[in-house]
Design a protein around this ligand. Structure first.
Ligand code: AQP
Length: 332
């Protein structure tokens, strides 16, 4: 079986619809075809200021939401990144292989540091794509399910894997991004030209999965569209309507062409009302399942402990091979 690896930050508490449609749905699907590793990346969460108690709670909450989305601990390996110290250890080796200019070209860092102010952005935020490289390479992943915003980081991962393999000997699998074209970028409901994002979206532009379903329905109903009336998928001319159609199509498994037919001659109001119902039907059981997992912290921690053991077995092997190739003296 090919390997898959992906990570998700516990920072925001609730995941949003972009995280789910862009990434988590693919995590669930790849359990069936891949030896899949999924990690809650708490090391990445401290690249921006965080509250320790909140981080701890959000890490459990992230794991609960992943399980509620359909991850099955018997069919994939789910773990907390900091439970596997090899991530930080391989991260250092990868830091030493990355050019300063190369790291400076990462657009995610540019966006995020612009938001925090250049002086307040940490060195950790600057090097987080390189830690992400280590996250992926440790598991020899063939495929990395992510949203479109992560494409550049997967490219960096491929470059560094090639560089290491060329310089020290072939040990790393060069991974491919696994980005679903239709849902790789879900847009903000209020500004459908930017991605739905926990840091850039306004509260009305982002659907947080754990919000009160009624509040999410309201956000769909007040989504920005355009001045026409026709329900047609056209990302360039009708980004708002196209985004709603993408969400609708993915949540219900209905082809977009079929939706266009179904809503011919009907107004945007009808589309929004129906989609808000679809969303409520999806988030209501999702929230319940998340609460069930949270209600049993011993079980949740047990799943994560087992996941960390499984992950470590793989990660330790890759790290040992890397240390050997680099020329570190083995510990006696
Ligand atoms: N709008 C989106 N559409 C499709 N996929 C998305 N992802 C995020 N936003 C969208 C994907 O979700 C996964 C987890 O992302 P993360 O843990 O890195 O979270 P994030 O990128 O911090 O989420 P945000 O909201 O995008 O945060 P900010 O605003 O901080 O950048 C990833 O696979 C990501 O591609």
């Amino acid at each position: 079986r090919p390997r898959a690896l992906s990570g998700i930050q516990p920072t925001a508490g609730s995941f949003h619809l972009g995280n789910y449609l862009g990434a988590i749905r693919q995590y669930v699907a790849l359990q069936e075809t891949h030896d899949a590793f999924y990690t809650v990346v708490d090391l990445h969460a401290i690249t921006v200021p965080q509250d320790p108690a909140e981080l701890r709670a959000n890490s459990r909450l992230a794991a609960a939401q992943l399980l509620a989305s359909g991850l099955d601990p018997d069919r994939c390996t789910l773990f907390i990144q900091s439970h596997v110290p090899e991530h930080a250890q391989l991260g250092w080796v990868m830091n030493c292989l990355t050019g300063f200019g190369e790291a400076s070209r990462m657009t995610q860092f540019k966006d995020k540091s612009a938001k925090h102010g250049a002086d307040r952005a940490t060195v950790g935020l600057f090097t987080y794509p390189i830690l992400q490289v280590a996250d992926i390479l440790l598991y020899q992943a063939n495929h990395v399910p992510v949203g479109e915003d992560q494409r550049q980081h997967i490219e960096l991962t491929r470059d560094l894997a090639d560089r290491f393999n060329g310089r020290f000997g072939e040990i790393f699998t060069v991974p491919e991004p696994y980005i679903v074209k239709e849902t790789g970028k879900i847009y903000d409901l209020q500004d459908p030209t930017i991605k739905m994002s926990k840091s850039a979206s306004t509260p009305k532009g982002i659907v947080s999965l754990l919000d009160e379903p009624k509040a999410s329905a309201k956000k769909i109903k007040s989504a920005v569209t355009d001045l026409e009336t026709e329900i047609r998928f056209d990302e360039e001319k009708k980004p708002g309507v196209s985004n709603l159609l993408t969400i609708y199509s993915t949540l219900t498994g209905t082809a977009i062409a079929e939706l266009e037919r179904r809503y011919e001659g009907k107004g945007y109001g009808a589309l929004k009302t129906d989609l808000s119902e679809v969303l409520v039907e999806w988030v209501t059981p999702f929230r319940e399942r998340t609460q069930e997992y949270l209600g049993d912290p011993a079980m949740l921690d047990g799943i994560l402990a087992k996941g960390a053991d499984k992950a470590r077995a793989v990660a330790a092997e890759t790290l040992a091979a890397t240390y050997d190739k680099v020329g570190f003296l083995p510990a006696a």
